[in-house]
Design a protein around this ligand. Sequence first.
Ligand SMILES: Cc1ncc(COP(=O)(O)O)c(C=O)c1O
Length: 387
Amino acid sequence: MRMSGLIERISGDGADAWVTHYAARAAEDRGEDVVVLSVGDPDLDTHPGIVERAVAALRAGDTHYTPASGREPLRQAIAATHLARTGQAVAIDQIAVLSGGQNALFAVLSCLAGPGDEVIAFDPMYTTYPATVGAGGATLVRVVQSAERGFRFDAAAFRAALSPRTRVVLLTTPNNPTGVTMTDDELAVVAEAAVQHDLVIVADEVYSGIAPLGRVPGLAARLPERVVTVGSLSKTHAMTGWRVGWLVAPRELIVGVEALTMCMLFGLPGFIQEAAVTALGLSATCEATARAYLDERKELMLAALADVPKVSALRPDAGMFVLLDVRGTGLSSAEFMRRLFATERVSVVDGAAFGRATDGFVRLSFATRPALIAEGCRRIARFCRAL
Ligand SMILES: Cc1ncc(COP(=O)(O)O)c(C=O)c1O
């Protein structure tokens, strides 16, 4: 069947990187002995209070259409969370509730950048970004943040990437896959360029609540008229499957997002929104649980990988991933991923899926059971020794 230009623009990109992951998941479903370290979805249960609220709302008949931008109590709870994390006070009409951070990214980029426009994003980046930027017809301009710089912001490369067509700068802090959090000084360079070139900054902060301080440096309070913040309950509240995310943005942009919502999402289910209000009321508990869970597992993984020959693991600032430098093995990161799975049945993700900067690295998730982390690292060590 002939597909639209939109589908052509968003198909195919990076698909190879996930073949191993899907093969590992299928093997796991068949009951085979595999260790899946390829996905960032903690095996934490959603807090029972949140689940009970959803069930109660369903039983009470909360099964009808809801307002396109989300119910007021949820938007109030998001405003309070946003204020605590960023220091920016917002009105509820500056908030749109969407179906996860991914949906929010799609909505805001569709509103802001189309054919002829450029969106700057930092490489390595979350794997959906190229398609999400490309869907609306905009061009993705990658600013490579090299391994040699610890994958940190490169001001000179950023400035060189700016052009009269730049409309948006897409930041991810903390970053997936590197776990790097941007500093105030790095952000100041972006802020200055945004003002000078009239740009919008889209800050994907879905991991900020599980950063060590429960927040990260940001620009929302400083540049409220040009910063859009993307948030989500997925990572902070162990709610990946609930699909609750949001945008905090200037009102004008929310109006555009509402128009898009009417032809795409048509409102998040009411019982999910009620549970999300409960979740935001339980943020302190949920985030502390997620942080403790991740800290323990991160240390386990780093310790288990410390003496593995030919590779070295990078300590992340935040998030749920460790990058492993495999350039000393003589294998490309894609070969490392494929052969590790073929011989040891451990799935990881080829860093090249996230960009050029992480070619030569593989991404390991530590959001899984300690016994699996230990076993996966044992197998990685055996694999590396045998090379
Ligand atoms: C950087 C980043 N942004 C956005 C998302 C999307 O998350 P969700 O749609 O579950 O909120 C993810 C998920 O892994 C991510 O890593």
